[in-house]
Ligand binder design. Sequence first.
Ligand SMILES: [Zn+2]
Length: 248
Amino acid sequence: MCDSKACMTGAAAPARRLFLRAAGASAVAVGAGLLSASVADAAQAAAPPKPQNAISPDAALKRLRAGNARYVSGATKLHDFAHEREALSGGQNPYAAILGCADSRIAPEYAFDSARGDLFVTRVAGNFVNDDVLGSLEYAVAVLKTPAILVLGHEKCGAVDAAVKAATAGATYPGMIQSLVTSLLPSVEKAKAAKGKLVEAATVQNVLDSMANLRSRSAIIEEAVKAGKLKIAGGVYRLSTGKVDFLG
Ligand SMILES: [Zn+2]
């Protein structure tokens, strides 16, 4: 989530406060944590590393769409990595978080024409919500104040295809691959009622279920959505064009 240098300094202070609270630390320890954290919060609020990323949830989603349109058309921006490196050495304030698949053909930073410090990306084969993905996204929302989360499925997902084969033909898989597949089965079962190809329907259903699971499994995320600080969206990436079809 942050490099070791940043973790030692102000960038990690809000996270430390969060964990101190969660652990029910003594009032003295919490007080000391709050003091240093509030100073870091104030500094971050006054000068976020990327001021252009401190935007509303709607603006964040609009920016994802615009970035994808540039990617599809081939008119991507020239990113100044050297300049960004210096600006980001003291912290991060990504404008969106992505829950995407591990598939090597899906690269969120490319797909949304974004630079370093712009996207907080969690990836797991099948882009579903598990505990560690959820904790990572809670960090983005609670500490980094990220205003949008996009669940990004994609065409021809091997994980979803494996789950469909498990649900329809009783396929089983070695090692922890089975665990991934089992996690996707509820979405596949729901998708059986839909028209069209089951893999495509299951891909969409899995995105919708993951969007719902983010809210139902996380009080942090649910409260941020209710407070208007966060929006959750879903999309399916088309392999041949690079286009993301946003759901809803
Ligand atoms: Zn995939």
